[in-house]
Design a protein around this ligand. Structure first.
Ligand SMILES: [Cu+2]
Length: 145
């Protein structure tokens, strides 16, 4: 019995590996270049989702900067240990939060600038007549296109 093997190029398994490696390289280049378009040193991803956690005794993310490019969709995933309302000042975006639940707020970052994100809650949660407190959770930094 004679077995004839003919090949026109590298074995098939080698071709699949090269194709997969090339695809991975292209994906890395594509997303790498997109991240690179932002300001140097600023990690800006397209249409970002940010997780905000509101936890006792008070939010401690006041200086957290959330970088976004203008015209992109921003999603805030918010988990809270208390009742209140999260407000993106300047964009006039609000969402009610309750203790133990996660809520999602999505909007388009139409205008460039710096916008504070606050938790609005009663200064004294035990007193429903106490004034509203504005506790800063983070800052939205919308970069002009
Ligand atoms: Cu406020």
């Amino acid at each position: 019995m004679v077995t004839t093997v003919s090949r026109n190029g590298p074995p098939r398994s080698s071709l699949v590996l090269w194709a997969a490696a090339t695809l991975v390289a292209l994906v890395v280049l594509y997303f790498g270049s997109r991240a690179w378009i932002g300001e140097p040193g600023l990690n800006v991803v397209p249409n970002p989702t940010f997780d905000l956690v509101i936890a006792a005794p008070q939010p401690d993310e006041a200086m957290t900067v959330l970088p976004v490019r203008q015209s992109e969709t921003v999603t805030l995933r918010i988990r809270s240990d208390r009742a209140g309302e999260v407000h993106v000042h300047g964009y006039d975006q609000n969402v009610v939060v309750v203790a133990g639940a996660e809520v999602v707020l999505t909007f388009v970052a139409k205008t460039a600038g710096i916008y504070p994100i606050h938790l609005h809650e009663r200064a004294n949660p035990a007193d429903p007549d106490s004034p509203m407190a504005h506790r800063q959770l983070a800052v939205l930094d919308v970069k002009a296109q």
